[in-house]
Design a protein around this ligand. Structure first.
Ligand code: HEM
Length: 413
């Protein structure tokens, strides 16, 4: 591929949705990082891909780079706030700025602690073993199973539900709303926004009723904890907080698990790490194949900022290519190699700075539990056919992951 003339017209978002890039976006991301690290799309958004630049924007979020919060949306797209789908998004922690962000973050961090995650590990293990039990029989009978639908997604939904306190019978339904709820944005087609508003109303009304139930009958879950007396969280901020946790936590953690399964299938020489140090294995999966390859939430530059490969001008939207930064040879030796022994501290899979993922510890715990257990109980998984890839532009994740259990001689059982 040649450099600048092509880069000037390049619509990165559209390119990332092309089938070849859905499957393997990394050669394209490497090209961008090398040839056009401060890329401006035809719509004016800057897309940064070097590790140093991405890390700088993350660290300067809340100061030099601001999120499009409610106040910003009210000036730029006042009509958007009349839509439930966009109003709840604009009130959420994910796009708020200090001092609101600092306060909201303090509230959620006080309750969603490392200790709470440790306490959830036995429940995650239980859900994991139940799901493995359900797929083991058909697999051992020679049937094909879609691991995304029958393992990664239900494990992610189950874990998130236990964390928050969503009852068994409502989980699948509540998770089914997420994609539609997140589909609205200023300028989206009217029917898409109308549907997102309707689904958001369903989700919000459900969350309000659940808050009420937990206030009447408290449980050991995050909804009960956040819905208790709390001088740092106003009543109208509670639903957007739960909305953010549910919507941000579901597809991403399912993708963490399935990207981990892909690593097991692709790198049999490295699976011994699952017994030795599952956390190192999970961290390397997240570095090499981060579920969020492009930040879903834009930042807006408050002033001109010079980067190595160009200048971002004041007032512009900025997006960050985590998928490119995590394979930057300036930071990671032999970056395309899957190597659980490497130091992954500089990985930006969960972003950084003030918006560093609240659920990182939980997502890691799910991978650390699920991958060794799946490997130990179903040691001979192999592809039944090629996985299919999700069209979601911000995430690199499978839509289906069809597997079979092979005999040791390599044939299907
Ligand atoms: C492997 C799984 C996950 C990945 C890769 C991931 C990735 C990310 C990234 C990259 C961000 C920053 C986005 C930005 O600033 O533009 C983020 C923020 C966030 N994530 Fe996650 N996430 C995962 C799991 C979870 C889970 C399980 C939860 C909830 C239980 C969660 C809740 C959130 C929330 C609420 C934010 C916004 C935090 C803030 O703005 O202060 N995430 N996540």
């Amino acid at each position: 591929m040649t450099a600048q003339p092509f880069a000037a017209q390049l619509d990165v978002m559209a390119r990332l949705q092309e089938p070849d890039n859905r499957k393997d976006p990394f050669p394209f991301l490497a090209w961008l990082r090398e040839h056009d690290p401060v890329h401006q799309t035809p719509r004016g958004t800057y897309v940064l891909s070097r590790h140093a630049d991405v890390a700088q924007v993350l660290q300067e979020s809340g100061t030099v780079f601001l999120s499009p919060d409610r106040a910003k949306l009210a000036t730029q797209f006042p009509e958007a706030l009349q839509h439930r789908s966009m109003a709840v998004f604009a009130s959420s922690i994910a796009v708020s700025n200090p001092p609101e962000h600092t306060r909201l973050r303090k509230v959620v961090s006080r309750e969603f602690t490392a200790r709470r995650v440790v306490g959830l590990r036995p429940r995650i293990t239980e859900i994991c073993d139940r799901l493995i039990g359900e797929i083991a029989e058909p697999l051992l009978d020679g049937e094909e199973v879609d691991l995304q639908r029958r393992f990664a997604e239900p494990l992610a939904i189950g874990t998130l539900s236990v964390l928050l306190g969503v009852p068994d019978e409502d989980r699948v339904w509540l998770a089914s709303l997420v994609e539609g709820v997140l589909s609205a944005f200023p300028g989206a087609p009217a029917d898409v926004i109308a549907r997102a508003d309707w689904l958001t109303a369903e989700m919000e009304e459900y969350l309000v009723s659940l808050i009420e139930r937990r206030r009447n009958a408290p449980e050991d879950d995050l909804i009960t904890a956040l819905a208790g007396p709390n001088e740092d969280l106003a009543e109208h901020e509670l639903v957007p907080m739960l909305w953010a946790l549910w919507c941000a936590g579901f597809k991403t953690s399912a993708a963490g698990i399935s990207n981990g399964v892909l690593a097991v299938l692709e790198h049999p020489d490295q699976v011994h790490w699952l017994e030795r140090d599952a956390s190192a294995f999970a961290n390397e999966v997240l570095r090499l194949n981060p579920p969020t390859i492009l930040t879903p939430f834009v930042r807006i530059a408050t002033r001109d900022v010079e980067f190595g490969g160009g200048t971002v001008t004041a007032g512009s939207d900025v997006r960050l290519l985590i998928g490119a930064a995590n394979r930057d040879p300036e930071v990671f030796d032999d970056p395309e190699r899957f190597d659980p022994s490497r130091d992954t501290k500089a990985s930006l899979a969960f972003a950084g700075g003030i918006h560093f993922c609240v659920g990182a510890g939980l997502a890691r715990a799910e991978m650390e539990i699920a991958l060794p257990r799946l490997r130990a109980q179903l040691p001979s998984l192999g592809y039944a056919s090629e996985p299919t890839w999700s069209p979601a532009v911000f995430h690199h994740m499978v839509k289906t992951l069809p597997v079979v259990h092979r005999r040791t001689d390599g044939r299907k059982r």
